[in-house]
Design a protein around this ligand. Sequence first.
Ligand code: FNR
Length: 185
Amino acid sequence: MTKKIGFLVGSLRKESFSKKVATAIAGLFPSDFEPVFISLDDLDMYNQDFDDENRAPASWTTFRETVKDMTGFVFVTPEYNRSVPAVLKNALDVGSRPYGQSVWDGKPGLVVSVSPGALSGFGANHHLRQSLVFLNVPTLQQPEAYLGNVMDMINEDGTIVEGTMTFLKTIVDTYVAFYEANKKA
Ligand code: FNR
């Protein structure tokens, strides 16, 4: 089976640090993995009525079909008010419904939090993990990936500094082994 890793970034910002980190992570995967960036830019907000009344917006249908095709996930997120940005939480919610048809179930995940601050997005990282427990996304536990003071990790051209790349390579290699051990049958 093709190993398609869905990348979900919790920021819509053009110059997002999280997007730059996610791009670097995608480039570190072995060639038998296919990183797929899943845009959240136009994903409508979840409203249970639309599922109950069988009138899901086109953006949900596209999103659900795309995520369904993935075999694993990388979540790269900033922290908003000590939690997960709404855009990413909304994506989890949309993908989790209709009831019993979650597109997340059983697919191994990696969580990376990013912040210009020293606390490294710890709150977002762990709130995200809380939802992933319920969604049955087995998530790499160690090494944890908290990228604080992220401005110091990004070069002027948007690439990531060498020391951080070495750390991210360790993260990706460990996730790849974790993926192989936990992938959905
Ligand atoms: C923030 N930011 C922020 N940072 C942090 O470390 N902890 C936090 O709780 C918050 N809260 C927060 C709320 C809102 C609404 C905004 C817009 C921002 C700052 C945030 O980390 C910073 O803007 C990052 O640059 C956002 O990530 P991207 O867009 O660069 O990926």
